[in-house]
Design a protein around this ligand. Structure first.
Ligand SMILES: Nc1ncnc2c1ncn2[C@@H]1O[C@H](COP(=O)(O)OP(=O)(O)OP(=O)(O)O)[C@@H](O)[C@H]1O
Length: 370
């Protein structure tokens, strides 16, 4: 927790500037002026401190529930002052314990300092008595979970390219957290319900309540209690509590496999005698039988499918899910590989523009669509 305090003690503006630096040496709050043009920073660097009554008004007395998670209920709201639709999360605060407040502090601290188009925009927060509320930009398409599993009647499944675009955006968000800020930030709870979608299905990572500052200098990991969601943890983190940026890479591999297969990691884990998603995926891929690869594809993905992109995406899954932590790629490599896969054919990206894959990523042979 010593690194954590260098963030959390930074209430004053000048102290905050010292807290997190980008790899270019500028602080993340200043990143709004120094970010590269392709990564415009949308977020206000100074989230608002709301008074409780403002949020009562904004949410019409907490009437319209958007969703509920383990840490609280999320309500729809509207801020008259800025004419902005918002989502307001009211954290369950366990009066006997610190857990809810810790999540709140971590989320407000991280989101207040990290700014990227693929991270949710924190509009503000409110700490009133035992109440803890967080105000985010509203994401009209909800979470990836709502579009991947248990679709409602008549709901259109995500097509292949949208899935790849979502994976690409998530990879960019993680790349930013791991590689563009110092010290790195480990998300620790990557899963579809923490990937929110804007009106154009661009993804934004949310729920940084469990995030941790990563190791600095020569250290390879931070040691923590195992937290997060069962089914998404890297095996070494589960076994030892040693958390690394590559633990997130493993979770990303699982989410990518979920996007490809439409199967839920967590459901399969709970069922007796059924291999979990990772075991099942690996079994299919190791059988050197091309027709089996295609059985990993979500049957809801129909037209506009790219067999070459499919194989490459599976190769990314395989390396991200390596048991050997050092064999897992950095998110920058994943971003480079997924970028071209996210482009629809009419977006004019030929296969020759695909980046060279590391050897392990070329493992699966090419497959046909038949
Ligand atoms: N900014 C937002 N805009 C729109 N919908 C949101 C927003 N934030 C959360 N939601 C919705 O509320 C649901 C609950 O979110 P929340 O982060 O509280 O829990 P969760 O991630 O689903 O579960 P848990 O936190 O227990 O792992 C989300 O799945 C999503 O559908």
């Amino acid at each position: 927790m010593k690194c954590f305090s260098c963030f959390s003690s930074s209430k004053k503006k000048d102290e905050r500037n010292a807290a997190t630096t980008t790899s270019a040496g500028t602080n993340t709050e200043g990143a709004s002026s120094s970010a590269p043009p392709e990564n415009p920073v949308e977020n206000s660097p100074f989230p608002k401190r709301f008074i409780y009554q403002e949020l009562v008004v904004a949410t019409n007395n907490f009437r319209d529930v958007i969703g509920e998670g383990g840490f609280g209920i999320v309500y729809k709201g509207f801020l008259e002052e800025t004419e902005q639709e918002v989502a307001v999360k009211q954290l369950k605060v366990d009066l006997k314990g610190q857990e809810g407040k810790n999540e709140f502090n971590a989320e407000v601290m991280f989101l207040g300092r990290l700014h990227h188009p693929n991270l949710i925009n924190l509009i503000g927060s409110c700490a009133y008595d035992e109440q803890r509320l967080i105000v985010y930009e509203f994401m009209p398409q909800g979470s990836l979970k709502d579009h991947l599993f248990d679709l409602k009647q008549g709901q259109q499944p995500l097509d292949w390219y949208t899935r790849m675009r979502i994976a690409f955006g998530v990879a960019k968000g993680l790349e930013y957290m791991h590689e563009k800020v110092t010290p790195p930030v480990i998300f620790r709870d990557l899963k579809p319900s923490n990937i929110l979608l804007d009106e154009n299905f661009n993804p934004k990572l949310s729920d940084l309540g469990l995030a941790r500052l990563g190791p600095e200098g020569d250290e390879t990991h931070v040691t923590t209690l195992v937290r997060g969601t069962y089914g998404y943890h890297a095996p070494e983190y589960l076994a030892t509590g040693h958390l690394k940026v590559k633990s997130d890479v493993y979770s990303f591999g699982i989410v990518l496999l979920e996007l490809i297969s439409g199967k839920r990691a967590s459901d399969l884990v709970r069922q007796a005698n059924v291999p979990n998603l990772v075991t099942w995926g690996r079994r299919m891929l190791n059988l050197n039988d091309k027709s089996r690869y295609l059985r990993l594809r979500d049957p809801l993905i129909k037209d506009n499918f790219s067999p070459e992109g499919f194989i490459r995406a599976l190769a990314v899954v395989l390396v991200c899910l390596s048991e050997d932590v050092s064999a897992r790629p950095m998110m920058t490599d994943v971003v480079l590989t997924l970028g071209p896969l996210a482009a629809r054919p009419n977006e004019n990206l030929s296969s020759t523009s695909l980046p060279q894959l590391p050897n392990e990523m070329n493992k699966p042979e090419d497959a046909s669509t038949s």
